[in-house]
Write a protein that binds this ligand. Structure first.
Ligand code: PLP
Length: 407
């Protein structure tokens, strides 16, 4: 008799964004003539940078000739891309990361979701609250939690991110083994300083823990004093894996390219205390279950690091940051406390009422779709997240509609 992985039955309804989509669909069906401006899901709206498009065309033409055709690529990614990443994103910032410590993949969602499978099922896992739901759900699927009670899974350690702590969680009171951190943060848009990140790195050393550092929004950092990678922190090479993505950096949400950095000095342990190199496990997992990102897409990602690519990516991220500043100002003027939007494309707004009630209000009165903070965890209750990924014209229109709806 075929049986299921019963951990899946512990999962809460559908994935958050699928749930939102259903509510918006129902509203649209009832009001077919109403315009809806979607500022909920964090999907980019602008075209790929010209440098990436040129590289895509060129690489596609190479595939059209037997002499330059390429089949399966190296599972970990082509050297031309791994070397550019290591140089520009790490070595140029004084972070000692080698090209062969970069694993190119088709998304940070997959990588942040898959990484947990190389660790034991009975480790203690700490996740931020509010949280990017992938970290939690994949640990539920793997059986690292009990059931869902009062908005939280038994067995997980939740790291509260609140207005009071500036959305940077305090170190846990109880020892944990695997720690998920995300900065600039989704959903709050908050950032972390060197000193704060240093505390986490020290904690990981002291507790033989490992940090999973999701820096998918690194390209939005404008404050030069903030760390761009966890490897700017002394000792992080031994205790941290970092996730990056071209999705928000260069508009690759549909094109798909990301990478995970697994330093060879990261160690983990067997139950009887044997020391194991995490790199070897991830390399084994990646080469067994993944067959590389397509050649044209890796060439397009490489183009991000050309001088033209760098300028175009900067222009692209500046555009979204300008939207973000506009949104933040509009809500601040309306008297709603906000965070994010300065080094991040997300604005986290204290709606001073139930998140889903605020979601319904904005949808019904202004035709604007947000993401209810409660969908990201109990600490998100009372908040909403707005995404700056839209045209400036739409952002202006949405803020006007919201101003009318809320005053
Ligand atoms: N990590 C965070 C924090 C995200 O917000 C997202 C996407 O929204 C991802 C990872 C996924 O990125 P990718 O498109 O590379 O799968």
């Amino acid at each position: 008799m075929i049986r299921i992985n019963e951990n899946y039955l512990k999962l809460q309804s559908s994935y958050l964004f699928a749930h939102i989509a259903k509510r918006v669909e129902a509203f649209q069906a009832q009001h077919p003539d109403r315009e809806i401006i979607r500022m909920g899901i964090g999907d980019v709206t602008r075209a790929l940078p010209a440098a990436c498009i040129d590289a895509l065309h060129k690489a596609t033409d190479e595939l059209a000739q037997d002499s330059s055709f390429r089949g399966y690529g190296p599972e970990q990614g082509y050297a031309f891309l791994r070397e550019k990443i290591a140089q520009h994103d790490f070595q140029d910032r004084g972070a000692s990361i080698a090209a062969d410590e970069i694993f190119v993949s088709d998304g940070a969602k997959c990588d942040t979701g898959n990484i947990q499978e190389i660790f034991a099922t009975d480790i203690r896992v700490a996740v931020p609250d509010p949280v990017y739901p992938v970290y939690v759900d994949t640990n539920v699927m793997a059986g690292r939690t009990g059931t869902f009670q009062d908005g939280r899974y038994e067995g997980l350690v939740y790291l509260d991110c609140t207005e009071a702590n500036g959305y940077v969680p305090a170190l846990p009171q109880e020892p944990v083994d695997l720690i998920y951190l995300c900065f600039p943060n989704n959903p709050t848009g908050a950032t972390i300083t060197h000193a704060q990140l240093g505390q986490w790195v020290r904690y990981a050393h002291e507790h033989k823990a490992l940090i999973l550092y999701d820096a998918a929004y690194e390209a939005f950092i404008r404050d030069e004093s903030l760390p761009r990678t966890i490897y700017e922190i002394d000792g992080a090479r031994n205790v941290a894996i970092e996730f990056r993505s071209f999705s928000k950096t260069a508009g690759f949400t549909g094109t798909r390219c990301a990478f995970t950095v697994v330093p060879k000095s990261c160690k983990a342990h067997t139950a009887d205390g044997q020391v194991i190199t995490v790199y070897d496990l991830w390399n084994r997992r990646h080469t067994t279950k993944f067959n590389s990102v397509s050649y044209p897409v890796q060439r397009a990602a490489e183009a991000v690091y050309s001088p033209e690519g760098q300028a175009q990516v900067r222009e692209l991220t500046d555009y979204y940051l300008n939207n973000a500043a506009f949104i933040r100002q509009a809500f601040t003027d309306l008297g709603y406390p906000c965070v994010g939007g300065d080094n991040s494309p997300y604005i986290w707004i204290n709606g001073r009422r139930d998140s889903w009630a605020f979601f319904d209000l904005l949808l019904e009165k202004a035709g604007v779709v947000c993401t209810p903070g409660a969908g990201f965890g109990t600490c998100g209750q009372g908040y909403i997240r707005l995404s700056a990924f839209n045209s400036f014209a739409n952002v202006q229109k949405a803020m006007n509609l919201i101003q009318t709806a809320l005053t």
